[in-house]
Design a protein around this ligand. Sequence first.
Ligand code: PRX
Length: 637
Amino acid sequence: MSYPYQLKNFEDYQQAWQHSVTDPEGFWANVADHFYWRRKWDKVLEWDFKQPDVKWFTGAKLNITENCLDRHLGTLGHQPAIIWEPNDPDERHRILTYRELYTKVCQFANVLKNNGVKKGDRVCIYMGMIPELAIAVLACARIGAIHSVVFGGFSAQSIADRIQDAQATLVITCDGAFRGSKDIPLKSVIDDALMACPSVKKVIVCTRTRTPVSMLKGRDVWWEDEIKQVETMGNPPVPAEEMDAEDMLFILYTSGSTGKPKGVVHTCAGYMVYANYTFINTFQYKPGQVYFCTADIGWITGHSYIVYGPLSAGATTLMFEGVPTYPDAGRFWDIVDKFRVNVLYTAPTAIRSLMGFGLGPVNHKDLSSLTTLGTVGEPINEEAWHWYKDQIGKGHCPITDTWWQTETGGIMIAPIAGVTPEKPGYATLPLPGIQPVLVDENGKEIEGNGVNGNLCIKFPWPGMIRTTYGDHERCRTTYFATFENLYFTGDGCLRDEDGYYRITGRVDDVLNVSGHRIGTAEVENAINMHAGVVESAVVGYPHEIKGQGIYAFVISEMHVKDPDLTKKDIMQTVARIIGPIAKPDKIQFVSGLPKTRSGKIMRRILRKIAEGELDNLGDTSTLLDPAVVEEIKRGKL
Ligand code: PRX
């Protein structure tokens, strides 16, 4: 497969970016030309950021799986599509060629149909990182069902919230999942979740861990039995459902500044074009290379850069079931060595954590196959960047620090590997097609270089969010109402003297813990569910490995007799309500919180205290009870 729109040098980049601004429709029509369309579009773009109402490639008909599978069969049928490395290094890996993946997706699409799933139905997927997860995702897309993948670390309550919001009718899960030394009982978590989800009529359970599970008669069926049934039916062909360009492809829930996660909606054509375009260009992917993204498919990175981007490009995508430190901190490097990985895409938090183990786990691993490195999800500190560059890339691999979001569908600001300049800690320049702006608090554009502001995007791109599921108004107020006629990212950003962008972090009440987005309000709600808690306030603080840690200030009902035990209890409550990723790192019991006279918690002060900046709290004169600040300062952890 050749990639006609691939950029080769900095001049190409500048020209392409300019073209994308002066003639966006022409630019994107050219990119979109290289896909398989059942019917081409009538209009490339119609947009209005006020509503918002954004439509790409209107009138076009397609199915994303024909672009990820069918169209490769003639040329790449025997090439590996997915290489799967299990959690346990002693278990055999699996390789699925494009032909095999196609067959399995069609089989499972038949299973979904046999279980009553129709175009437009919502299907919740809660699985570990096994090939069947990618197969389930693609099978949904094949028949036009809307998938909502929920990360395997979320609790029953979180799953129930997501299923209810989407009114999903079917759930696909596993008996359990292996992650490092842990064995997560996924089916049992689903059983708990489904007590509150009457919309779910069927559950398909794939065998992985052989953890005993209870199967509810009439509702629960085994993946393997269902496949057998399809085989006895003679594997009837599953023509891909013809989808409209703007039909929903998937929902992915993400945290915001309110207590309730929102379902970010992506649609078929624009998302496909954008995931593919950004994958090929950012990583400068060359046919035949082995590409390894260490994310989980439960997050947007896995959707766009394990499944849809690479497969639509005919790439070989490596899926890893486990964690970077199991059985030891050399696991990533073993995988690179074993499969001669060329492109590695991971998170700064993983790099920082592995860096902490020194060079022992890296030495004697053959990393010479690597040509390109990437990072995603959070700012990367210079020390980690250099370690990645020197120790992993051995000084010769470009690093692309990719800034983007669940809502953007794909990479937005990033060096194009080896083509545009890189700078440690900087996402650098927007990809062609992306028009970032910085604005002040009044929405006034801040021009020139050497400036700081709120990062917004002023022109649509094909991969952008279309709505928040079931609540369009929420989409409008969250992203399009803060600043007129702009998409607001929620991030603060610096544009340096060279015009390079550096993301400085969220400007709203959203934390980024190990590259995962967590709303402070969500964590507070969960803490407040603990019987002894009256009120709480959660802020982030710099954490050496996680990037940000969670610091909770908690007012307890009575005097806490055994603080350690109560803290453990609170942590467990949070794990039960949201999932282990949202557990606070620090809990400080306080008798009051700094509030304004109107009752608003002054988080600015709490943030400073959590960051250890005790002498620099700013103006505290508007506080209702300034004495409370002194007490909190004295008790700081
Ligand atoms: O704050 C930014 C941070 O992660 C947020 C998006 O989180 P999520 O939707 O979960 O997607 C993560 C994977 C794309 C952003 O608003 N972020 C993401 N990438 C970077 C980053 N911060 C700094 N540098 C990055 N490269």
